[in-house]
Design a protein around this ligand. Structure first.
Ligand code: SF4
Ligand code: SF4
Length: 401
């Protein structure tokens, strides 16, 4: 049994066409199981994982809640190191969503399978709730009603990813779609390769980390994160996400922010579950008090999915209320997504309300920021608010997983 990282195997394939024998040499990347970081060995060959706030205790031959970490003989291994659902897609960074970080940049977006949560409303359930096989080559489901379905995973070494991202010309690499925190070892090994080329690295995450895992990500130089704060109540997290508390998410956001990682927050508003004025007010107050008024907040409209197909969509009125509450508490950059809202896609100057970025979907209708990153109307300096270069003429090749 191999417990190493990625290795390249050459496979000689012979095939016959029109009575001629052809020989082809395929480079086959065998990722195998990869030794996990951040776990303790316990008695009776049990292990305790500290990569996310579930902090699973895992018996031999069992996996943790995310199903991507397995105890082999008293050692913990990740089953998804270098395993991807595709070799990457080029997205606008605004799709992550990040609106105040390298506006208009392309995000080379990669994802694996598995998640530390089991959200009833997951819009990416087909990857987040899949299980990897021990060799990281396939994903399958053991969910009731979904058994027997599966997918092939693409395997890659960190250096192969580096080559692909550099070749794409993307300014940023996003770990996204499923939960990236459980991809910890892969992120730790690939972020430094991006740094060599000044490619910024982004997490799109549920934020359910531990302080030690977050510290490793900060130390390796992760640049930005969109953190999903789903609600401010533990009840919501227990009932909808299958975990115990919102507190680790809030702690992760604070830890990143205080270590100068660019943070934007997403809040998916679901009718009757987290859509009261009190819910939204509490979230906005917490952001102002703990992350600062210049933290962008994306209120997102829910549409029915996965195990909550009969829920209704979030109406415009609710999102408009959320936008106005955020403005009233003093947040500079509230946004509204997944629904059309007259102001919710735009960025306005925090000082004079001048329109800086007008957007339609993920594209710009207008950009009005000076070359030295100031508001052209009042000269307000935006260096703490709009981070990175502005790509005024983005041309992304849209592709969706
Ligand atoms: S990453 Fe989280 S869910 Fe997965 S095994 Fe570790 S503690 Fe458990
Ligand atoms: S945290 Fe995100 S990816 Fe994971 S189950 Fe919930 S919605 Fe899906």
């Amino acid at each position: 049994m191999h417990f190493k990282g990625a290795r390249i195997i050459k496979i000689h394939v012979y095939y016959i066409f029109n009575d001629i024998i052809f020989k082809q040499i395929l480079n086959y990347v065998d990722i195998m199981k990869f030794k996990a970081r951040l776990f303790d060995k316990l008695d009776n060959k049990k292990v305790k994982c500290h990569v996310c706030a579930n902090e699973c205790t895992i018996l031999p031959d069992k996996v943790g809640i995310c199903r991507t970490r397995k105890n082999f003989d008293g050692e913990l291994f990740t089953l998804i190191y270098g395993s991807m659902i595709s070799t990457g897609s080029l997205d606008p960074i605004e799709k992550k969503p990040l609106y105040n970080y390298w506006p208009g940049a392309t995000a080379y977006s990669i994802a694996s399978i598995g998640c530390s949560f089991k959200c009833q409303n997951c819009q990416n359930w087909s990857i987040s709730q899949a299980n990897p096989t021990d060799n990281g080559k396939n994903g399958f489901y053991d969910l009731q009603g979904y058994e027997g379905r599966g997918m092939s995973l693409v395997e890659m070494t960190p250096e192969q990813l580096e080559k692909r991202v550099v070749k794409s010309g993307a300014k940023t690499l996003a770990y996204t779609y499923n939960e990236p925190l459980i991809w910890h070892e892969w992120i730790i090994d690939t972020v430094p390769l991006m740094k060599k080329h000044d490619i910024k690295t982004i997490l799109v995450t549920n934020g359910y980390s531990t302080p030690e895992a977050t510290k490793e990500l900060i130390d390796i130089g992760i640049d930005a994160a969109n953190i999903d704060i789903k609600a401010m109540s533990d009840e919501f997290y227990k009932k909808i996400c299958g975990v115990t508390s919102v507190q680790p998410v809030l702690d992760t956001a604070k830890q990143f922010k205080s270590n100068r990682v660019h943070i934007e927050i997403t809040n998916l508003i679901i009718p009757d579950l987290n859509d009261s004025k009190e819910d939204i007010q509490k979230l906005c107050d917490w952001i102002v008090d703990n992350l600062g008024k210049n933290t962008p907040v994306h209120f997102s409209a829910y549409h029915p999915d996965f195990k909550m197909p009969s829920m209704k969509r979030t109406p415009y009125e609710t999102l408009n209320i959320a936008y106005n509450i955020a403005k009233e508490v003093g947040l500079y950059f509230p946004y509204v997504g997944n629904i059309s809202h007259e102001k919710g896609s735009n960025t306005y100057c925090p000082n004079c309300n001048h329109l800086l970025f007008g957007r339609r979907g993920y594209t710009f209708k207008k950009i009005d920021v000076t070359d030295d990153n100031k508001c052209p109307n009042c000269s307000y300096e935006l260096d703490n608010d709009i981070i990175g270069e502005i790509n005024k003429y983005p041309s992304h090749k849209f592709s969706f997983f």
